[in-house]
Design a protein around this ligand. Structure first.
Ligand code: ZN
Ligand code: ZN
Ligand code: ZN
Length: 352
């Protein structure tokens, strides 16, 4: 906070709170907020009825439980005094920020994002966090292996049914929560975040499956495509390009390179094959307690990759109305090079 020039850090619902305290607040209308003055002790302001759920760490923070008739934002304002710079969490409810503005107008207080303090902590995963990402990745890999083995029936089923099947398997393999299970068949796969629906999967489709969940607080995220029947030459050739682009992105994810270098490495391969206009999103996102977090692998992000940075490498090629494909692994940058969290087959596996 000193380095960032922040006087008060205010962390409400979202991942910063469990990262700092071990307590995950329900994202409800009653304010929960960790109040961290730069030169003082931290206080967790919490609804009285939620207080029994908190494991106290008096060496780290004390509790200030508020009753139903109290004004929790006034309590926060009183704890801090008047900060010159307040850092607020990205996912704090806007209503609480609006109320804070009443206590601390912008003529005396500058507001910045909590990422100015938290990113240095959150982005570089320590050994225990990397182990958690590996365990989540391995659980997702087991579901991908079931997909590749044909254990997850596809032909004649709807995308929604396959999505529900994948979700159940993510839990069975050890995830606590499913974050998403995109299943996109044929032309639907040209929409990168397609919502699985009633489209029935049939012979000749390629089916894009992008799924992940949270296990012991850390996320998995993997994309694999399968072909139902021998793929057309155009699709097989495009997939070879995609495969090469994904590998190039992973190889570029070395300590000291810029985040945008990962994007450039993948994009260069796809553009050289003539599909540049059909790769319509950034190459990757950071991952940890959140499925998408800093750092982002995108043109314009010159942040140097540091040991412990965890991120996806997920180039895609999307032809509207026809087909789409994406290939995604999670990697962690280490001094010894990129360490993959995913080992599922990278090929376009043909089923049926
Ligand atoms: Zn995505
Ligand atoms: Zn994904
Ligand atoms: Zn992803």
């Amino acid at each position: 906070m000193q380095r960032a020039g922040v006087d008060a850090l205010l962390v409400s619902v979202g991942s910063d709170l469990p990262y700092l305290t071990g307590y995950e607040a329900m994202p409800l209308e009653r304010l929960t907020m960790l109040v961290v003055p730069r030169d003082g002790d931290a206080t967790l302001v919490i609804p009285r009825l939620e207080a029994p759920r908190v494991a106290e760490h008096p060496d780290v923070f004390t509790l200030r439980a508020w009753g139903e008739l109290e004004d929790p934002v006034a309590i926060v304002a009183q704890l801090v005094g008047r900060p010159r710079v307040a850092a607020v969490g990205d996912t704090m409810w806007a209503r609480f920020l609006v109320e804070l503005l009443g206590h601390w107008p912008t003529d005396g207080t500058t507001y910045v994002r909590s990422t100015t303090v938290m990113n240095d902590l959150r982005m570089c995963k320590d050994a225990a966090e990397i182990a958690a990402l590996q365990a989540a990745g391995a659980a997702a890999d087991r579901v991908a292996a079931q997909l590749h083995a044909g254990d997850i029936p596809l032909l004649g089923r709807t995308e929604a049914a396959v999505s529900a099947d994948i979700s159940a398997r993510l839990i069975a393999e050890g995830h606590d929560v499913v974050n998403f299970a995109i299943v996109a068949a044929g032309e639907n796969a040209a929409s990168p975040h397609h919502h699985p629906g009633e489209r029935v999967i049939r012979e000749g489709d390629i089916v894009l499956c992008d799924f992940g969940g949270t296990k012991d607080g850390y996320c998995s995220d993997i994309t694999r495509c399968v072909a139902l029947g021998e793929p057309a030459a155009e699709i097989a050739e495009a997939y070879a390009v995609l495969h090469e682009a994904q590998a190039a992105g992973v190889a570029a994810g070395v300590v000291g390179a810029a985040c945008q270098d990962v994007d450039r490495a993948s994009r260069r391969v796809i553009a050289a094959a003539g599909y540049g206009d059909h790769f319509i999103h950034r190459t990757g996102h950071g991952i940890g307690m959140e499925a998408h977090e800093d750092p982002y692998m995108v043109e314009g992000n010159a942040l140097p990759i540091a040991p412990g940075h965890a991120f996806s490498v997920e180039p895609g090629i999307y032809l509207p109305g026809r087909w789409g494909m994406r290939l995604e692994d999670i990697v962690v940058a280490t001094e010894q090079g990129p360490l993959s969290m995913n080992f599922a087959d990278h090929a376009l596996v043909t089923l049926g």
